[in-house]
Design a protein around this ligand. Structure first.
Ligand code: PHE
Length: 340
């Protein structure tokens, strides 16, 4: 029996010789000390041992068990220490290193102007409404007092999708959608993309507009003028004045073209204002009573004004950009200059 015990001790020596991982050590532990391990199995043979030898045999096996488990536990602790050291080394981080910088993006000039306009008009109590870019003929033209054979349709070269569906040529289409759904008082601002078959240094087939619509009892052209003065000062600078020139849009009557005094030369005349001292910035007018009527708003009770401006145009004026294409080319060298 003594021999058997020595054999087991020898094979433990053999097994632990090259162990380096706690996983292998665990397997060794199971092999010898597990419930069905080699040491426990010795006790299974108890029946074959004469009864008087049994107590001393039990003692021997227990002592073996004790020795083996102490030895393997010590070894396990040593291996775990080494493994933990390696893990610490692998996962070491230097918390004093400066962080990696993600380069900052910048807002596109269009976004800057759009946000600036929204903040100016929101300050005057305007709400935002965004209409669909694919419109039907009714909202883009007919309801805006521009029926099928109206010569004003030629003012805007339209991209048609079907006979009735088109890419909206103006955010004015949204005026109708708002008036159909909301009773006055109405005070909305409607930014969005519009499309026209037009392409040169100051025109692009896709561009953005900002539309405004105010409808209530007793709204006059004076209200429009007063609001525009405020808008021009906030966007172009305190000293800037506005003037209205007569114009024509089918959906406003009277219609005006709005100029601001040149913020570059103060009105003396320069390259920006082409020597005139004035710069055209938007179209506007009193909402045509036929448009109000068509939307179920009584023109004898309510009046209103509307205005529409090109966002790219304002951006080009304000930032001195001479070619509209720069706004659509996504050239990082250009866009970087607008970091706020
Ligand atoms: N929709 C007109 C255009 O695109 C601008 C405008 C809007 C004019 C509102 C008057 C009133 O040219």
């Amino acid at each position: 029996m003594q021999k058997k015990i020595e054999e087991i001790e020898k094979s433990i020596d053999e097994a632990v010789k090259d162990v380096q991982s706690s996983k292998t050590l665990y397997e060794i532990k199971m092999r010898f000390l597990g419930k069905t391990g080699e040491i426990s199995s010795l006790l299974k043979n108890m029946r074959d041992i004469p009864p008087e030898e049994r107590p001393s045999f039990g003692k021997l096996v227990n002592a073996l068990k004790q020795r083996a488990s102490e030895r393997l536990d010590e070894l396990e602790a040593a291996i775990k220490r080494v493994e933990l050291g390696k893990k610490y080394f692998r996962e070491k981080i230097d918390v004093t290193l400066p962080g990696r910088c993600t380069p900052d993006g910048a807002f596109h000039p269009n976004t800057l102007i759009r946000n600036e306009l929204i903040s100016v008009f929101a300050g005057m109590g305007f709400e935002i409404y965004e209409g669909p870019e694919i419109e039907n003929d009714y909202y883009n033209f007919t309801a805006l007092n521009t029926p099928a054979d109206h010569p004003a349709r030629d003012m805007q070269d339209t991209f048609y999708i079907t006979e009735d569906l088109l890419l909206r040529t103006q955010t004015s289409a949204g005026q109708i959608r708002v008036m159909e759904n909301k009773k006055p008082p109405i005070k909305i601002l409607s930014p969005g993309k519009v499309y026209r078959s037009d392409d040169d240094a100051t025109h692009s087939p896709m561009f953005s507009q900002m539309e405004g619509l105010v409808v209530d009892k007793g709204i006059t052209l004076c209200d429009l003028k007063g609001m525009l003065d405020e808008f021009a000062k906030k966007i172009f600078g305190e000293g800037v004045k506005t003037r209205l020139r007569p114009s024509y849009f089918p959906f406003t009557e009277p219609s005006v073209e709005v100029d601001v005094s040149c913020f570059e030369c103060g009105g003396k005349g320069c390259r920006l204002c082409k020597g005139t001292g004035w710069i055209e910035v938007l179209g506007a007018g009193m909402v045509n009573r036929r448009v109000l009527e068509g939307c179920g708003v009584d023109p004898d009770v309510y009046t209103g004004f509307a205005f529409g401006m090109g966002i790219e145009r304002i951006a080009m004026l304000k930032y001195g950009i001479n070619n509209m294409k720069l706004l659509f080319e996504s050239d990082i060298r250009f866009l970087k200059q607008f970091k706020g």
